[in-house]
Write a protein that binds this ligand. Sequence first.
Ligand SMILES: *Cc1c(COP(=O)(O)O)cnc(C)c1O
Length: 387
Amino acid sequence: MSQRLRTLVVHAGEHREGGAVAAPTYRSSTYALGEPESFDDIRYIRLNNTPTQQAAEAKLAALEAGDALVTPSGTAAVWLALNACVQPGEHVLAPARVYGGTRKILDHLTEREGVEVTYVDLSRPETWESARRPNTRAFFCETIANPWMSVPPLQEIVAFARRHGLVSLIDNTLATPVLYRPREHGFDVVVHSASKHLNGHSDVVAGAIIAAPERLRAIRVHANRLGICPDPEACALLVRGMKTLPLRVGAQCDAAMTLARWLDAHAEVDAVCFPGLPGDPSHARATELLDGFGTMLSFTPSGGERRARALIASLRLPIEAPSLGGVETLVSRPATTSHAGLPAELRRSMGVDDAMIRVSVGVEDPDDLIADFEAALAESALADAAE
Ligand SMILES: *Cc1c(COP(=O)(O)O)cnc(C)c1O
């Protein structure tokens, strides 16, 4: 990669046809056949080979060092990547603490596709060997695991996978290529929810898979057969969003650091999960592996679930909504959003406290955010005392 990220996001994959500085959106579902007429000459949106999607894929390919496929959602990306890499009867290692939607996909693979899954503690590499089986085929992980914001020993995962001939897959949604480029560190397959930071404006649902050309080709064939394809409009918005990815993520990381420090020092905050804090269990690893500490944090106010609800209700700037990575700060309680689909017992065993508040830090001025959290912490304390 000769050009730097901030240059690549602006210029990679841009054809500038007809002198257009910003690429037009090609909505055409089908394209005139040229000579010679073979199946591969057919251009059709469902075959994942039309110009606006290709523009988004070329930009992603430059950022994540591999060939790219844009998918209609991050969920579709996780599903396709796993489904293309693992056959019925094969076995997958996956984190016990994993994105709730991915957990549901893994459950589906177990129940319906005859795939075996063992959930491992990514922070204890000494336990992985005993979880491995003769039919183990893949090791799935996430760069930053939400809502704990933990960073696993990524190089040990790559080394373990290589040693045992496993496909290594990583969900890089929270880190983005700004903080970590998994393929440069030896991961085979990268997946993204492009609905989050890559687009960054909370107005697109899309996903992406990046892999070596041959593997990506196989995944693309799989997508074409199943009719899994993004809409050109989503691809065009994704292209536009990606141009400011490093600027947004840089500002969001700085603001998250500022807010995390402030919350950590607050007397009525019991715990803060953010790898940028020196006391965080992932601090050393994040410092070593990532080019930043991320845009997300979680914290637990004292006073339990009721206080957490009152606090969220008192916030004026952050919007209570699921999802993350947009320019506006969002808050949610993982117990009722990302992990709501799981049985309460499983959720608690995964360390998701009912009072935990997750913050996806936007690009607002961090001083305004702090003032708002300060007022909300005070108001929610008063509300609690009044009852
Ligand atoms: C949101 C998310 C997904 C799913 O993406 P969608 O675009 O909502 O389908 C997958 N992994 C992670 C880490 C996510 O945050």
